[in-house]
Design a binder for this molecule. Sequence first.
Ligand code: ATP
Length: 314
Amino acid sequence: GPGLSAEDTRVKVRVPAKVNLSLRLAPRDDDGYHPVSTVFQAVSLFDEVVAERRTGGLVDVFMHGGQADRVSDDTTNLAVRAALLLRAERGDPELGVHLDITKAIPVAGGMAGGSADAAASLLACSVLWDLDTTPDDLHELASRLGSDVPFALLGGTAIGHGRGEQLVPALTRGSYQWVLAVAPEGLSTPSVFAHFDAQLARGAVSPMPSAGAEPPRELLNALSGGDAESVAAHLGNDLQEAACELYPPLRRTLDIGTQAGALAAIVSGSGPTCAFLCANQADARNVEAVLLGLDQVLEVHRVSGPVPGAQLVS
Ligand code: ATP
């Protein structure tokens, strides 16, 4: 657009990982999706996306850091898909971007890392290309890219319905200390859902009673009161059993972190990352030290939440 300065050719966005404090699932609907009732919290583990203007419609990505080598760098990369979707919406094939992504969020870890990169790419490209994109536009594009992408834009703590894309901010007080234990291998989200379906079919787990059901009232009350102990008591994940059956060492990880002093332990989303809620930073450091000694733990992060969603940084 007019008046672009040199700085406008490069935009940097920071975007957080998420944990699900509660994840309840109904059986698949006619479209094959599980209606969810969830409470997301964005935590201070961030991917960084730098978007640089390119001419002639070139769109590409370079991934580095963390587990970047596990992610494709072609048009199946969610950050690339986000840029292409935004460009297609604007109908200008000349718009180009080089995305440089520094990955800290574990890949296929149940922390919505791919969704985070997609959200960051949407925000970065809409600024880089000087598009008049409203927050509602971004939300709508995000929900087309994946059910966890809108939350990566919003951040904080939020209740999610539908496929997770219908969001309402949750009232929260204070800050929560988490320890995240990343497993050496990822779990594919579709395989965990398929396993959950099999468990439902044989009655080994019970589904959410009705689509659109509210998250546990006790959890929401605990969050608004800033009561970490009560939050811990009401964490829950319908996919936890499926993730543990597919990757049995998770059970030990959860037990050991709890014995080391966490208030509670939970598998994050579809796993295999385990999230330990701690009463304070000293406890979190103890839990971290113990988890670091386990073979089934690749890396450990001490983080806090809630943090904001995707944000421009200078
Ligand atoms: P969720 O918590 O939403 O279920 P996840 O955290 O388990 O997702 P992701 O890291 O988001 O899993 O990635 C899932 C798959 O998506 C990966 O195996 C990877 O091949 C693919 N993918 C595509 N683009 C990206 C990206 N930019 N970052 C990470 N994964 C990506």
